[in-house]
Design a protein. Structure first.
Ligand code: SAM
Length: 306
């Protein structure tokens, strides 16, 4: 797409170059994360959201939904690895795994690493077929296992999917549920309400683990995070918050809410560990040490989220 003739509210020309800015006064009041654009690869309004994919000068290809960065080729592994391996390595036999959202298929790529080593079945429920198709084209390393024979992809609303499960009395089937959704504005809104935690509880086994991206971070909106954690605590017995470095998310830090019904479980300690050599072969971000450290928060945030 010719940048000179392309208009998008998040793209502007500054000092002779084109820049993307994550402009969202509600989510990021008074600040914005920006990337210089080399090329706009794709733009469309799908049935569910505004999808923009561009090649940046420094972060590789970037997927943006409704003006908010979802992932960049440079740092996606940080988030994808933490949201996947924290619950998997905390569970003794994570046979059946459900991913809600996750259209770039990065979480699926991480889960495939555990096939034959505990994980037997992977289901991903993504609302927008377009995100998957475009990720296959423009984010090929993330989406490389979208057609893996052990990966079952359903195109559906994840909230509705869980509601149907609970009404069919088919709850309690998954060992792990990973909610890799976009932010609360748009089709992911329902994932940040108490009712969603109830649905997760009915879909996960008694000793299962759920994890979700918390949308906000400790620098931007600690009050929101603490209220999200409280919503999870109304439903689950053990709820923790862990975090990773994520330079392409505004403020550079992203948190995850992780929860289980097992009162005695220490989610911050991996149950299964690998040798350092195996860790270096399998992961770029995750390790047993990173797992534990991800649960350690700076003092002020720890106090607010305790
Ligand atoms: N890692 C990213 C982040 O934290 O911003 C999320 C990436 S992933 C691309 C988010 C996916 O959630 C999108 O593909 C979006 O279409 C999907 N999604 C949003 N609402 C959904 C819903 N109700 N059901 C299923 N998938 C949904």
């Amino acid at each position: 797409l010719d940048l000179e003739n392309f208009t998008h509210p998040a793209i502007s020309k500054l000092n002779g170059s084109f820049w993307f800015h994550e402009l969202n006064e509600e989510c990021f009041p008074g600040q914005t994360f920006g990337l210089r654009i080399d090329k706009v690869l794709h733009h469309e309004k799908s049935e569910f959201q505004d999808i923009l994919i561009f090649q940046s000068s420094t972060f590789g290809n970037v997927l943006v939904l409704n003006g908010i960065v979802q992932c960049t080729e440079k740092d996606e592994f940080s988030y994808q690895e933490l949201i996947t391996h924290v619950p998997i390595m905390s569970h003794p036999y994570p046979k059946k795994v459900l991913v809600i959202g996750g259209g770039d298929c990065g979480v699926v790529r991480e889960l495939v690493k555990h096939l034959g080593k505990g994980v037997e079945e992977i289901t991903m429920v993504e609302i927008d077929r377009k995100v998957i198709e475009l990720s296959v084209k423009y984010l090929p390393d993330m989406a490389k296992f979208h057609d893996h024979p052990k990966v079952n992809i359903e195109i559906a609303d994840g909230f509705q999917f869980l509601q149907d499960l609970s009404s069919q009395d088919e709850g309690g089937k998954y060992d792990i549920i990973i909610t890799d959704s976009s932010d609360p504005e748009g089709p992911a809104e329902e994932f940040f309400q108490v009712n969603y935690f109830h649905l997760l509880k009915s879909a996960v086994k008694q000793d299962g683990i759920v994890i979700m991206q918390s949308s906000e971070n400790i620098w931007l909106n600690l009050t929101y995070l603490s209220s999200l954690k409280e919503k999870a605590q109304q439903v689950f017995s053990t709820v923790e918050y862990c975090q990773c470095y994520m330079p392409s998310y505004t403020s550079g830090q992203l948190g995850l809410i992780v929860a289980t019904m097992d009162k005695t479980k220490n989610l911050s300690k991996p149950l299964r560990t690998l040798s350092r050599e195996q860790e270096e072969k399998m992961f770029r971000y995750y390790s047993a040490a990173v797992h534990e450290a991800a649960f350690v928060l700076p003092t002020w945030a720890d106090r607010a989220l305790r």
